[in-house]
Write a protein that binds this ligand. Sequence first.
Ligand code: SF4
Length: 190
Amino acid sequence: MQEVRIMSNITTQILTATIATPVYVDHYRDADRIATLCRTCSQYGRSWGCPPFEYDVLSRLQAYNQVLIVAMKVTPAMSGLTWKEVDTLLRPHRKAFDARLLVLEQQYGGLACHAGSCISCADGECARLCNKPCRHEQLMRPSLEAYGFDIEKTMSQIFNLPLQWPAHNQCPEYLVYVGALFHNAHDVEW
Ligand code: SF4
């Protein structure tokens, strides 16, 4: 399924794929290697949406038969934007994307994964820093990366859309947000 929206400052394209959870876990989850990468991130252990988790991630995922993976390709109209400019431009779209996943979770049951680290509180203000419970558990969901999935492999092999990386602090031609809904429903429509 593809859904394209052209706006004055960006174009978004939605791509979806449904895959059996055991297949996705076996072929696209590389928990030890991704955990090593996560440990080098400034968010590691500093957000309830990021590892390490206080529960067994695999058992949580195995409660669901299928996973709907949703990729949103975002192409800014202007080239050469800095990361800060891109973050400002894209944040509302990221929030809308995550919110849609929560709607699907409510509608079909299951477990949503958001498209990156938690952005529900201001930067650097996660309650985990003070060892307090998450302030917005109803909104917060970990990402596929946080659960050990290889997003680069997911994008190149399932969607045939390689990730692009920034160079010299500038946004590449496009970025991709990837989220998911693990579920037991017969069919889930984005
Ligand atoms: S909602 Fe706030 S407290 Fe909860 S994980 Fe996100 S940043 Fe942390």
